[in-house]
Design a protein around this ligand. Structure first.
Ligand code: C2E
Ligand code: MG
Ligand code: MG
Ligand code: MG
Length: 287
């Protein structure tokens, strides 16, 4: 018996490794067509102002509806898109869609907020950032200040001179810039003051363990840095009332996380369902 199950395990293990490799290769192959076939769609996650009790913006997140595999998470396909270079046309498409969507929400009087789009180092490498942002703003008619780009510390530190000059050019269009996952990347703390950003986003990992005194100290530190550098600060991955209360008590007013709302398609954003959960402090509505 024991021998048989040991053997089974070995077989299973090998199949697992093989399966993973071929899944990646399949996804890589399918990714090229996915873009042409319109299998990508965008979900929007609210950023909430916990002091005023209203939405402060949205983050646009990419989703892939694979015909056989179902929804593939960006954690899986973004690295492939980066390796293959497809991330550049995908980001161009994303910027166009997000600006068009925000302009129509704005014109309908639904929201007057900024929507953010995540950036890849590949976009900076390709030197096309300004052109794609300019094109998206022009064709939609959206004011630059209603678009935000989320970069990471690693992007900022990679070829800093080139990255900073591209960021400066889009900022001249009024576009906002935020530093995503702050505190987890290759630290740019020593040069944070040189990077043209408007907002720091406290990484979810800090928020997740914000019951620990040591992590609380780091969160308070990040909020302090933001204040001293005159930057906005947003907490990401807020899942519980305790986390929200702690952050608010330390002066972090802008929140993003499942407690306030999951990423959702435009129709649900328009229905404003997440507001009910946020106002009553319950997550039941959103599960
Ligand atoms: P990110 O930019 O840090 O986005 C936040 C991620 O945390 C999202 O995962 C979001 O769904 C998730 N999240 C939000 N609130 C909570 C919460 O309360 N609890 C937990 N556990 N998770 C929460 P998602 O959508 O799977 O995206 C993962 C990452 O993929 C993003 O991290 C971003 O780096 C990347 N990504 C997504 N869309 C794009 C895109 O269009 N372009 C690029 N370059 N990267 C993207
Ligand atoms: Mg982000
Ligand atoms: Mg983030
Ligand atoms: Mg993150």
């Amino acid at each position: 018996q024991a021998k048989a199950s040991g053997k089974d395990k070995t077989v299973f293990f090998n199949a697992g490794i093989g399966g993973q490799l071929s899944r990646k290769m399949e996804l890589e192959k399918d990714l090229r067509l996915a873009f042409e076939y319109g299998q990508f769609f965008i979900v929007y996650q609210p950023k909430w102002n916990a002091r005023s009790g209203e939405e402060a913006g949205f983050e646009a997140l990419l989703r892939w509806r694979h015909p056989e595999k179902g929804i593939v998470s960006p954690g899986e396909f973004i690295p492939i898109a980066e390796e293959t270079g497809l991330i550049v046309p995908m980001t161009r498409w994303m910027l166009g869609e997000v600006c068009r969507q925000n302009k129509s929400w704005h014109d309908e009087g639904l929201f007057r907020v900024c929507i953010s789009v995540n950036m890849s180092y590949r976009v900076f490498e390709s030197m096309t950032l300004f052109d794609m942002v300019d094109e998206a703003l022009r064709s939609s008619g959206l004011p630059g200040k209603m678009l935000e780009l989320e970069i990471t510390e690693s992007i900022a530190m990679k070829n800093m001179a080139i990255t900073l000059s591209q960021l400066q050019r889009v900022r001249d269009l009024g576009v906002q810039v935020s530093m995503d996952d702050f505190g987890t990347g290759h630290s740019s703390l020593g040069r944070l003051d040189e990077i043209p950003v408007d907002t720091l986003k406290i990484d979810q990992s800090f928020v997740k363990s914000s019951n620990l005194a040591s992590k609380q100290a780091l969160i308070v530190g990040i909020i302090g840095i933001a204040r001293l550098l005159d930057l906005e600060v947003v907490a990401e991955g807020v899942e519980t009332e305790e986390q929200a209360e702690f952050l608010l008590s330390r002066g972090c007013v802008l929140m993003q996380g499942y407690y306030y709302g999951r990423p959702m398609p435009p129709k649900e954003v328009e229905a404003g369902k997440w507001r009910i959960g946020a106002a009553t402090g319950g997550t039941a509505e959103m599960e």
